[in-house]
Design a binder for this molecule. Structure first.
Ligand SMILES: [Zn+2]
Length: 498
């Protein structure tokens, strides 16, 4: 501030303003912000200091001079001072016959504010300020646990449920609502209303939805740089060229950006729901990206989600139409069915972990899709295999239910007449199915691959040799000659030399 006179003996407000540094050695000529960065870096390099962000709720005036909001239950008495409204007179309810004009209407309503002092019985006035709406939003999560308690803010049920397992919100919540709610929670803890230290155990900030942008130059002067943004719903691709549906003429492609009004690239999920149903919309969004990352809106992705749901529907009905069948519980299984059942229980373990602990729904869905592909390849129809397919389809429907609830509600009824989705327990991985009791070895004759050999995991060298020499593939390629040597590479292959 070169045009102002500096006096080291007196504080003036402009000292704190931003400007350009002078008489500051190497930092002269830099803007305040630039100099802050540079000075911080120099101090850090000299080992004299470091940057730190301090989060602090500086002040918070909870009273508001307006009508909407919760009345502050205080009565002002000329003799007794500020007296709390007694419990039996709570809650103080806002009048509804108000005239809304300038200022808070209840300040002009003697019928609201004129009252008597709970202490001395003399004439007194109610507080007419109301609470900031942040007050209520700072503890609603605790009240949700005991909403029917008319005699207190909270009861023991709040301690049973709190802290909230998962807080989901945009990044702006990290600096506003979370700060207020954490402050309020610690206040409630200090006065004995709750016993936990923090209101929320985990914060998840969801990613943005991004979509393609399209535009045309806004008429007239080509160099004006003004763009007329066109909504993706009004654009279609014809022979590889993006054109406006209305006139069939090309539009410019502006790249993929965060959905916004200014770029006119918001996609209304209603059109998607009308065409494919809510389940397809939900599956697409959950599958396209982890929740904290950007989600790229894509029509191809939507169609893919819908195709998967159609395949699932078909698989369930083809299975059901082949006859009623109970889910597998125990008994011998053909080898491919046993392998498939192992994949089923690996999938149950993975999906449970992805959803409950990792909160990664896209990988859970991918694992279920892989399982359905494996089931499509399992063409055996013996009773044991059908029972495993029943077990698999029931598990798939229950695991997908949180993501695509409508279709799963129908499918579980088709698979298990009388069953209901909400009453069905989450599938549990069967440890016994996860353990591998057989392995597959490559079977060679004179070093050439001739087939595969399944042996018990703990089979001895001797047993593997015997099994190899007895296998039809080896017998065929030995052409009646005696075996000179059998080489076993544990876990990999067995080679018969003739
Ligand atoms: Zn009084």
């Amino acid at each position: 501030m070169k045009d102002k006179t500096f006096d080291s003996g007196e504080w003036r407000h402009w000292y704190a303003d931003v400007g350009t540094l002078f008489d500051s050695g190497d930092f002269s000529g830099r803007t305040s912000q630039d100099a802050i960065e540079k000075i911080a870096l120099v101090l850090k390099n000299l080992g004299l200091g470091d940057r730190r962000t301090t989060w602090r709720l500086r002040d918070w005036g909870i009273s508001r001079q307006r009508y909407w909001g919760c009345p502050i239950p205080i009565i002002h008495c000329p003799a007794c001072g500020d007296v709390p409204v007694p419990d039996e007179q709570l809650p103080v309810v806002l009048p509804e016959d108000v005239k809304i004009d300038i200022g808070s209407p209840i300040k002009k309503m003697p019928s609201f504010y004129e009252t008597t002092c709970p202490k001395c019985g003399g004439k007194a006035e109610r507080e007419t300020d109301t609470m900031d709406t942040f007050v209520e939003s700072s503890w609603y999560y605790a009240r949700y646990a005991c909403p029917d308690n008319a005699g207190a803010m909270l009861d023991e049920r709040a301690n049973y449920w709190l802290p909230v397992d998962q807080y989901i919100g945009g990044i702006e919540h990290a600096i506003l609502h979370l700060l207020y709610a954490r402050f309020f929670h610690k206040l409630m803890r200090d006065v004995g209303l709750v016993s936990s230290n923090e209101p929320f155990a985990n914060l998840l900030t969801q990613g943005m939805v991004i979509a393609d942008t399209y535009y045309r130059d806004a008429g007239g002067d080509q160099n004006s740089g003004k763009k007329q943004w066109i909504n993706p719903a009004d654009v279609e691709v014809v022979d590889g060229v993006s054109v406006l549906k209305a006139d069939g003429k090309p539009v410019q492609v502006g790249g993929t950006e965060k959905m916004s009004k200014s770029k006119n690239n918001g996609v209304d999920p209603q059109a998607l729901i009308d065409q494919y149903g809510a389940d397809t919309a939900r599956l697409f969004m959950m599958f396209a990206a982890p929740p904290e990352q950007s989600l790229e809106w894509s029509d191809a992705g939507v169609e893919g989600a819908n195709r998967f749901l159609r395949r699932l529907w078909k698989a369930v009905y083809e299975h059901v139409e082949a006859g009623a069948c109970a889910a597998y519980t125990s008994g011998e299984l053909p080898a491919p069915t046993r392998d498939f059942r192992r994949q089923l229980h690996q999938t149950i373990a993975k999906v449970s972990d992805d959803i409950e602990r990792r909160k990664q729904f896209n990988t859970a869905i991918a694992a279920i899709m892989e399982l359905m592909n494996a089931m499509a390849k399992l063409d055996a129809a013996d009773p044991a295999t059908r029972a495993v397919k029943q077990e698999a389809l029931e598990a798939v429907v229950l695991m997908l239910a949180p993501i695509v609830p409508h279709i799963c509600r129908s499918l579980i009824k088709a698979l298990k007449p009388g069953a209901c989705l909400v009453g069905s327990p989450w599938p549990v991985a069967d440890e016994a199915a996860l353990t591998r009791d057989e392995i597959e070895l490559m079977l060679q004759v004179n070093g050439k691959l001739r087939g595969k050999l399944r042996v018990a995991v703990d089979a001895t060298q001797d047993a593997i040799e015997q099994a190899a020499l007895a296998s039809p593939e080896v017998l065929r390629f030995m052409e009646g000659k005696p075996a000179r040597k059998v080489v076993v590479v544990p876990g990999r292959l067995v080679n018969v030399v003739v």
